[in-house]
Design a protein around this ligand. Structure first.
Ligand code: GTP
Ligand code: MG
Length: 206
């Protein structure tokens, strides 16, 4: 029996250094958290695949992680290439990480123009919450409602992390469905054209 292919969707993590991209990645891949004061910034790229089942349909999220400093060091466009989704991450205890999101957004629309954009406010467990709901709303309005979903997470406690990835999987299943439908319509349209040509051949008397 032919095995059905599980559609794979590339999802990239974007945001400043230290906001918790690798911590989200680690929760996604191993459901663990590393609290370290002398942590090392991510260098290079890493990715991990995970299958989600949404409304009876399987979808594979391929999550990519890179260091926030890479942006400064001119990140390779291969990180963005073919991304179906981008998670813009900021940290609730760092207004700077929030204020710089528009620059990351610009990179995404330049290099991954078809990617769906999601916003993730991380570190909701910390006592210093310096980014307000009004700030988030204003940002979403400023970027013309390009943001498909807003999530609040804590990699430390795990709160909201798995829910975020499940919701992103739901959004992407919808995209895959629309694409499948487009392809089916294209195939059928092609068939009709061929049949029309065949009919033409039948009546041709030359
Ligand atoms: N309290 C708290 N700390 C967190 C959370 N997520 C990450 N951290 C801590 O924040 C620091 C930075 O986390 P990373 O995941 O390395 O951040 P990053 O975005 O990958 O950083 P770069 O690789 O430098 O771009 C680490 O010390 C983490 O333990 C969280 O939800 N709550
Ligand atoms: Mg990192």
């Amino acid at each position: 029996m032919a095995s059905t292919r599980i559609p794979e969707q590339k999802v990239i993590l974007c945001g400043e250094y230290g906001v918790g991209k690798s911590s989200l990645f680690r929760r996604f891949a191993q459901n663990t958290f590393v609290a370290s004061s002398d942590r090392a910034s991510t260098l290079g790229l890493d990715h991990y695949d995970k299958v989600y089942k949404v409304i009876g349909r399987e979808i594979k999220l391929q999550l990519w992680d890179t260091g926030g400093m890479e942006r400064v060091a001119s990140i390779t466009s291969s990180y963005y290439k073919f991304a179906e989704a981008a998670i813009l991450v900021f940290s609730f205890d760092s207004p700077d990480s929030f204020n710089i999101l528009s620059q990351h957004l610009l990179d995404i629309v330049s290099y991954a123009e078809n990617a769906k954009i999601f916003l993730c406010g991380n570190k909701i467990d910390t006592s210093t919450q310096l980014v307000s709901e009004a700030d988030i709303e204003a940002f979403c309005e400023q970027c013309h409602n390009m943001v498909s979903g807003v999530y609040r997470t804590s990699c430390k406690t795990g709160e909201g992390v798995e829910e975020m990835f499940e919701d992103i999987a739901k959004h992407l299943v919808h995209t895959v469905r629309v694409r499948d439908l487009d392809e089916a319509l294209y195939r059928d349209a092609f068939k009709v054209t061929r049949e029309a040509n065949a009919a033409d051949d039948d009546v041709c008397l030359c």
